[in-house]
Design a protein around this ligand. Structure first.
Ligand SMILES: NC(=O)c1ccc[n+]([C@@H]2O[C@H](COP(=O)([O-])OP(=O)(O)OC[C@H]3O[C@@H](n4cnc5c(N)ncnc54)[C@H](O)[C@@H]3O)[C@@H](O)[C@H]2O)c1
Length: 415
């Protein structure tokens, strides 16, 4: 079996960490057991482009238990956990093409390797498999049953393809399931972005001014967790409704041009580019720390920072110091890539349990509705959200009320 990983000798460590996380993924586990009995993916090749972490490994083994032949590459060159990649290859016989820190050329080559294997289903995080198929692997278009998309930025790219009428197969926007974005984006990113920043810097959050750029689901989580650790939180936004929400939540809201001079720590989570630009970098305080938790490394203008710097050097793992001509020093974490996955381990498994339950069920939905779903962006039925939430509650030992027949009748009646 061909694969391209850092070191097969790391497999035991990867297996132990996968097992640790599997214990916190009971919903995915229940789905895996059913897949093993029902074999929904028999004889299907599944191309996977996700962050190669312990959680993803548990998803991929669940898909394999369902009869699939998965083939895996990374959705980010710096997020791969090499021991997990090794365990997938050595213990599970799954071809993996990913090495932590791979250069752009290798990253692209790995993506093409997965697509050259002619997958029937694509599991994506950021839409790289789907967009590359439409650009460079068009001969695959007819055989692909469909895809699934994990994140907001990927869904935005897919919607842009729909607007231009170029998307040629159905893709399920997993991010739009409530049991995904309300929990993964908010509580997952909220905790893991701060975790990545703390692991990289060991800085004290209490008393710091933390500027959160973008107050969507991720931004809400990051702002709330930073505030919980004692930060003074400033939010920057371009959407007046989101800005108003942040203001009523008690955060200071102001344009980036103003916030730039106040922040001790900046965290971008907008999914947009150039959120922190030259004019902002020029007014930042000495020792300000810049981190990104949005999907691509384009939120902080690193080219502008490089051109302003007279010196740059690594000072700790995942911390680079930029000295500017006026001797101010700014610190960029994890090369401006997803700080939670680069400097930390990504979201905790307990929250990815729900995201990846959605991924697994979305892949199954594509197969069960093969030929019925039109090309375009689809969402999973509400019933699946309710089922996942119910299973998660049960695993946490929590139950909630059920409506009485009388209450159901009351809510349905207009009189
Ligand atoms: N780090 C992770 O593990 C992780 C997890 C989930 C999502 N993401 C990524 O994080 C990003 C945000 O996701 P989300 O679900 O919160 O999206 P969202 O659409 O809910 O929120 C994004 C917010 O950013 C705002 N925004 C856009 N441009 C801005 C600008 N120039 N300045 C300030 N605010 C701006 C938007 O108005 C919106 O309110 C995406 O790239 C997504 O793919 C990362």
């Amino acid at each position: 079996m061909e694969s391209d990983i850092r070191d097969a000798g790391l497999a035991e460590s990867g297996a132990a960490r996968m097992e640790w996380d599997a214990r916190q993924m009971p919903v995915l586990h229940a789905i895996k057991d059913r897949f093993a009995r029902e074999q929904p993916f028999r004889d299907l090749r599944v191309g996977v482009c996700l962050h190669i972490s312990t959680k993803t490994a548990n998803l991929v083994t669940a898909i394999k238990a369902g009869g699939a032949e998965p083939i895996v590459c990374a959705s980010n060159p710096l997020s791969t956990q090499d021991d997990v990649a090794a365990s997938l290859v050595v213990h599970h016989g799954i071809p993996v093409f990913a090495k932590r820190g791979e250069d752009a050329g290798t990253f692209g080559r790995h993506l093409h390797t997965v697509l050259n294997a002619q997958p029937d289903i694509l599991l994506d995080d950021g839409a790289d498999l789907v967009t590359t198929t439409h650009q460079d692997h068009r001969r695959n278009l007819d055989r692909i049953i469909g895809g699934t998309e994990e994140t907001t930025t990927g869904v935005n790219r897919l919607r842009s393809m729909v607007r231009e009428d170029v998307l040629r197969f159905p893709v399920i926007a997993v991010n739009e399931s409530k049991t995904k974005h309300l929990f993964d984006n908010r509580f997952g990113t909220g905790q893991s972005a701060l975790d990545g920043i703390l692991r990289a810097t060991n800085t004290l959050i209490a008393g710091k001014t933390v500027v959160v750029c973008g107050y969507g689901w991720c931004g809400k989580g990051v702002a709330s967790r930073a505030s919980g650790l004692g930060a003074n939180v400033i939010v920057t936004e371009v959407d007046p409704v989101a800005a108003l929400e942040a203001a009523m939540e008690g955060y200071r809201v102001m344009p980036m041009a103003e916030a730039a001079g106040f922040g001790d720590l900046f965290i971008t989570v907008s999914g947009n580019r150039g959120v922190i630009r030259r004019e902002h970098l020029e007014t930042m305080k000495d020792d300000a720390i810049l981190a990104n938790a949005g999907h691509f490394d384009v939120e902080i203008d690193l080219e502008a920072l490089d051109s302003l710097a007279v010196d740059r050097r690594p000072v700790r793992p995942y911390v680079e110091e930029f000295t500017l001509s006026d001797r101010r020093r700014l610190y960029v974490l994890g090369e401006g890539r997803l700080v939670n996955l680069v400097a930390g381990e990504g979201h905790p498994a307990a929250v990815m349990d729900m995201s990846f339950a959605n991924q697994a069920l979305a892949a199954e939905h594509l197969v069960r509705h093969r030929g019925d779903l039109a090309p375009g962006v689809h969402t999973l039925p509400d019933r699946i959200d309710a089922d996942i939430a119910q299973l998660k509650l049960e695993s946490m030992g929590i139950s909630c009320d059920r409506m009485t027949t009388d209450q159901e009748g009351y809510l349905e009646s207009w009189t």
